[in-house]
Design a protein around this ligand. Structure first.
Ligand code: ZN
Length: 1023
């Protein structure tokens, strides 16, 4: 390069000179930025119509629009203001690029000729709608557009801070609406400048390449006269020669993919998300038309389905670009769900519904799971992915860890059963990069697998609230495809990236077990009603599918409710989105989510009734249906002859039904009130002493002669903590909250006996938490039952408090066990290392267990997910009271049940897993014919194998899909017995695709199955 004269090596003045030359704040009267726009011209007219609802265009266009002045305010929050924009482009602008410049609050969509054409948001750096790239005389000059402005920003409408509850009365305005001449040549040279200035800054003083950029950009200022566009080309060619100085062969490659993370609901309701998808994706299509290299990755089948029904024209354009391989559906799931809380079967359904949708609409099956933004990842995900046709995984959230830095960016992730998936965390630590030099430099510098992995993803585009990529981001990346000092940049696809990574994966490391996020651990507990809705609906759909499948076989006229079930499943899966089930959403979303759960429960109850009716041959005798794969003998609530509530002890075979025939227990439950006010209860298995305040003084396992409660301690101790996190209120509980522990001691009503029958006995008591909150609890002991139930009602009106219940137990073990999806895992009970103490609050599903050799205690629950076991104290997290983003989170009345189960032997031998299922899946009362004999459809010979799911096959009417898993962590060969007329049995994957070379092994006893630890097996049974 030739410079006009030697320059002083004064980095600061030269750099700042270049920065001021493109500043949008300083010297815009004489700098280059000030020349970006040429002439402007007002609109012919602007008129508006305000709507409280989100209405379709056709309805909006029919309304009466009133004149609107720029600067007039409109609102409030969540309303929509439609604008009718009439404009006339001056003929004298021929040959110019003409934009409608629109700067307003809120998120806008431009409609033209009845079609959505462009999203506009100031926050997402989109304020221009291009009317003409080069105005010609024959183009229309008089145009009418509509602009639909949603009264919410990209991040909702938080008052004060982003995550604060929305301000319901926010006012909005349009600040600029006019026609302008856009000087594309100025924009191009500005982008050259910006990239070079950023290279100077990012490479710093340690690298000579930074100085080369500095002198180049300084010379460009010398050459460039803002008032004379003819001078730009010299500056541009100088920039071009810098950008085209190429890298050596060893340089890292950044795989640039456009992306737009759209939370399916978060700081805005579901309904707004539909419009966010429309605005973001139509903008992507506009960019694709202009940039033939541009590739966009897009997840969440649900969002595609929304766009399909709300914006059919846009959807068909998307389909065209999917065919071209440029608009790429990714992830394979219905939504980007939470990675911890959904059940195993729910996770399977996320993939089943997602992959089937993508296959049906686009003819593709996603090969990667895509979950950049959720709060931890279950150790069963690798197996579920592999079973769903997915062998690659992309996320980055573990970069948010508060304590430990995760040691890899590219590695094999090995799940609970040994399944492995190739996993990539984009080292830029973001799913919404902007194509800036900083993003590229970080991508290389942060890569923890330097020397092992030489390819990384760069996902660019505004995200979380949508928005997506901009032309500027594409222009930036286009300049530095191979620029010495920066990674190589190529427009890429997930497929290309993962193929490259796999091709040179010889040196990659393996991470085994869960990917635990050391942050956001309050999300296992926040919004308790959502958690409860999820668990209840998961169990309900499980039961409907099993009852429906059995009814299908027993009653030739029964129609399996496939369509209705799909509808209900999709609602449940939607609520598992990673800001809904974790409880990190605003109140409006909570209301929607709870309404969806009600819909599932009321529609589901009808479906279950129909299926059970068919199953019981519509008789009029009282019967019981058992949806679990083992025989159960339990006390259930029934109505006696006079219609009064009563209890009965019933025995029902595995996945089957029987009449209610009251049997007598081996040992009835006895209740004795003792002189000191405590109560002694005993059922032949357990003997328990309950103090006046409801705590357990003693819990004795009779046959083993073992006391479960730690010496001098009380079980069932409620405790309160101050719960003030550092920022993310609904999300975070911090380690220091443990120092604020206060037992709940104030007794309002001491224990009194509620029922003292031989089958079921219970006591009840009431505690005061504060002057605003109380706990009322019934402690229930059933005949023949190995656990004690705690039916709990809490009136909760606290602020930044955390309620838990503790069981200090007489067990010593360095590890506790927690149920996860289709299995369990262990976590430490000590705090040796930073990796141990970062897990002070963890998640589990229906049970957690603390065992030493030959004895242990399990803590079961029916709708909770937060646990901690420290030393010998087992704690279940019950309720939180965060104030943002939902100021009323968790206020009100809560019902939940947990249970304590001391046991001899291991938890596997003691049937802890089965007990937790029993607690969650109550026996269902049905009507059956009086001559019904006990009937079982399926049973499994090994207690380690759980037959979790029975459903009608998606693609075949007279066929069932069964899902079983190994739950003990053992290798097992077992027989699945059935009384159903099975003609053929095949192994299939989680997407129900059967392999014609893999028939299941059928014998006269049943189907022989072999399992490795925690293996999931799916079968297709042809009836
Ligand atoms: Zn998100």
């Amino acid at each position: 390069m030739m410079y006009r004269q030697p320059v002083l090596k004064n980095r600061r003045t030269l750099l700042e000179r270049a920065e001021k030359f493109i500043s949008d704040v300083y010297f815009t009267d004489c700098n280059l930025r000030g020349r970006l726009y040429g002439d402007s011209c007002p609109l012919e007219s602007l008129a508006s119509f305000l709507s409280s609802k989100r209405i379709p265009f056709t309805e909006a266009a029919k309304q009466n629009f009133a004149p609107h002045k720029v600067g007039d305010t409109f609102g409030p929050t969540w309303w929509t203001c439609w604008f009718k924009v009439s404009l006339k482009i001056p003929e004298s602008w021929r040959g110019k690029e003409v934009h409608l410049l629109w700067e307003s609050d809120g998120e806008a969509m431009v409609w033209r000729d009845g079609q959505p054409v462009q999203g506009l948001t100031k926050e997402g750096e989109k304020t221009s709608y291009i009317l003409s790239e080069c105005l010609k005389d024959e183009e229309p000059h008089s145009i009418t557009l509509y602009v639909e402005v949603a009264c919410n920003g990209l991040f909702g409408a938080g008052q004060g801070s982003m995550i604060a509850a929305p301000d319901p009365n926010r006012k909005f305005s349009v600040q600029k609406a006019q026609l302008v001449v856009f000087n594309r040549d100025v924009q191009e040279v500005l982008t050259d400048f910006e990239m070079l200035v950023d290279i100077v800054k990012e490479l710093g003083e340690g690298e000579q390449r930074g100085y080369q950029a500095l002198f180049t950009v300084n010379e460009m200022v010398n050459l460039c006269d803002p008032s004379d566009p003819r001078s730009f080309s010299k500056a541009r060619s100088l920039a071009h020669s810098f950008f085209s100085q190429r890298n050596g062969e060893s340089q890292h490659t950044a795989h640039a993919m456009g992306h737009c993370h759209i939370d399916s609901a978060w700081l805005w309701p579901y309904e707004e998300t539909i419009r966010k998808c429309g605005r973001s994706w139509v903008t992507v299509i506009r960019l694709m038309e202009k940039n033939p290299e541009f590739v966009f990755t897009c997840s969440q089948a649900q969002q595609f389905q929304w766009v399909q029904s709300w914006y059919p024209g846009l959807f068909s354009q998307i389909q065209d670009y999917v065919k071209k391989g440029r608009f790429i559906p990714v992830g394979g799931t219905w939504v980007e769900m939470d990675g911890n809380l959904p059940s195993g079967e729910s996770m399977v359904r996320q993939f089943l519904e997602g992959q089937r949708f993508f296959n049906h609409e686009f003819g593709i099956v996603c090969k990667e799971f895509w979950l950049p933004d959720t709060f931890g990842y279950s150790a069963q995900l690798p197996q579920i992915m592999q079973g769903s046709g997915v062998s690659n995984f992309l996320t980055q959230k573990l970069s948010w860890n508060l304590v430990n830095t995760f040691p890899h960016n590219t590695f094999f992730w090995e799940g609970l059963d040994g399944s492995k998936v190739l996993t990539h965390f984009p080292p830029g630590n973001s799913y919404e990069m902007k194509g800036k030099v900083e993003d590229l430099v970080k991508t290389v510098k942060n890569n923890k697998d330097k020397g092992r992995a030489n390819h990384s993803a760069v996902l660019f585009g505004f995200g979380d609230g949508g928005g997506g990529p901009t032309q500027l981001m594409l222009d930036r990346l286009e300049r530095v495809q191979d620029t010495d000092g920066l990674p190589k940049v190529q427009a890429s696809t997930p497929d290309k990236l993962f193929s490259q990574l796999r091709a040179d994966s010889a040196l990659l490391c393996t991470w085994t077990g869960e990917l635990f996020l050391e942050l956001h651990n309050g999300t296992y507990t926040t919004q308790a009603q959502i958690k409860r809705g999820n668990r209840r609906c998961e169990t309900l759909l499980h039961d409907i599918e099993i009852a429906g499948s059995l009814a299908l076989c027993r009653d030739g006229t029964f129609q399996y409710p496939a369509e209705q079930l799909q509808k209900l499943w999709r609602l449940l899966l939607l609520n598992q989105f990673h800001d809904v089930i974790p409880g990190s959403c605003i109140e409006m979303v909570v209301e929607d989510a709870l309404r969806y759960y009600e819909d599932i429960q009321s529609d589901g109850a009808k479906l279950l009734k129909e299926a059970c009716g068919a199953l019981g041959s519509k008789g009029n005798a009282a019967g019981v249906f058992n949806s679990l794969p083992w025989e159960r003998q339990e006390v259930i609530q029934i109505q006696d002859g006079a219609g009064e509530p009563a209890v009965a002890l019933v025995r029902v075979p595995s996945i089957g039904l029987s009449r209610v025939e009251d049997t007598q227990p081996v040992t009835p439950v006895s209740v004795t009130k003792q002189a000191d006010g405590s109560v002694l209860m005993e059922n032949g298995i357990l003997k328990m002493v309950i103090n006046k305040d409801g705590t357990l003084a003693s819990l004795h396992l009779i046959n083993a002669n073992r006391e479960a409660i730690s010496n001098g301690c009380h079980g069932n101790q409620f405790v309160m903590f101050d719960d003030v996190p550092l920022y993310w209120d609904a999300w975070d509980v911090m380690d220091y909250h443990l120092q604020t522990r206060k037992p709940v001691l104030e007794v309002v009503q001491p224990i009194h006996v509620v029922s003292s029958g031989g089958l079921r006995s219970s006591v009840s008591f009431t505690l005061r938490i504060s002057d605003k909150s109380t706990i009322k609890q019934e402690i229930v002991m059933d005949a023949m039952c190995p656990y004690i139930k705690f039916n709990t009602e809490v009136q909760w009106a606290e602020s930044h408090k955390f309620l838990k219940v503790e069981f200090p137990v007489r067990v010593r073990s360095p590890n506790a066990t927690y149920e996860i999806q289709f299995g369990h895992l262990q976590r430490p009970t000590h705090r040796n290392t930073s990796w141990d103490w970062a897990r002070f609050e963890v998640w589990g599903h229906k049970w957690a267990d603390l065992s030493e050799h030959n004895f242990g205690v399990a803590l079961l629950n029916d709708c909770k997910y937060g646990y901690s076991v420290h030393e010998n104290t087992m704690t279940l997290s019950l309720l939180r009271a965060p104030k943002a983003p939902d100021a009323n989170a968790d206020m009100g009345t809560h019902h939940f049940t947990y249970a304590i189960m001391p046991h001899a032997g291991s938890f596997q031998e003691a049937s802890v897993i089965q007990s937790a299922y029993n607690l969650n899946f109550p026996l269902r009362s049905i009507q059956c014919s009086p001559n019904t004999i006990p009937w079982s459809a399926f049973s499994v010979s090994s207690a380690a194998i759980i037959l979790e799911t029975i459903k009608q096959a998606e693609d075949r009417k007279r066929a069932l899909v069964l899902r079983l898993y190994e739950s003990h962590g053992s290798s097992v060969t077992t027989t699945l017995c059935t009384t159903l007329p099975v003609r053929e049995a095949w192994h299939c994957d989680l997407l129900e695709r059967h392999d014609p070379t893999q028939p299941a092994h059928m014998t006269s006893e049943g189907i022989t199955l072999t399992f490795s630890p925690f293996q999931i097996v799916s079968l297709l049974l042809i009836l």
